[in-house]
Design a protein around this ligand. Structure first.
Ligand SMILES: [Zn+2]
Length: 193
């Protein structure tokens, strides 16, 4: 499945979920058996560790469908990018989605500034440039969430020897999106012009 088809499949699943008519596909014991020794996920979803953001539910998908990576603030560090490379290189996945969400506590913490204990500081530090980029805007919190998605998309698109050439020859697609916690709707985040 190419990136365009994969994105269509994600968005169709989100429409079912958001409208309250999910099908819950690929969650049977038969499906479990089918993918017990091999996987071929149609999309990578990098999203926030937030307990309310559950990709298999949000995109009405099932076992073996999504290669999900969760970090606070959907931050893409080297381990995350290595995980994405694994999916592209070994599992043949062609779509990567960075999914931010409304009411993101990690972006909120970066917005507060100040000193954060332990490695929460590492998370905040990774998000801080997205906050700095939108300071002075009318809705800094919402804009920082979107800016953080764009930055992570750009970081993934430009990192390492595996992803950039495949994005360039259109073998792999990297997109940003925003999940609205209240409505359940996923909207695309347009790339920077
Ligand atoms: Zn979050």
């Amino acid at each position: 499945m190419d990136g365009t088809e994969a994105l269509e499949r994600l968005m169709a699943g989100n429409s079912r979920y958001a409208s309250g008519s999910p099908e819950g596909p690929n969650r049977t014991t038969e499906r479990r058996d089918e993918v017990a020794t091999d996987q071929n996920p149609f999309a990578v979803v990098l999203t926030c560790s937030d307990s309310r953001v559950v990709p298999e539910l949000i995109f009405d998908a099932g076992i073996g469908d999504l290669f999900v990576i969760k970090t606070a603030g959907n931050v893409a560090d080297d381990v995350v990018i290595g995980s994405i490379e694994f999916a592209i290189d070994r599992l043949g996945t062609r779509l990567i989605m960075v999914l931010g969400h409304t009411s993101c506590g990690a972006v909120g913490a970066a917005l507060e500034g100040g000193v954060h204990p332990g490695n929460t500081g590492t998370v905040v530090h990774a998000i801080a440039p997205s906050v700095a980029a939108v300071i002075g805007s009318e809705n800094v919190y919402a804009d920082a969430i979107v800016e953080n998605v764009r930055r992570m998309v750009e970081r993934i698109t430009g990192s390492g020897p595996i992803i950039p050439p495949r994005v360039q020859n259109e073998e792999v697609t990297v997109v940003g999106a925003l999940y609205d916690m209240a409505s359940g709707v996923v909207e695309p985040v347009q790339p920077r012009q």
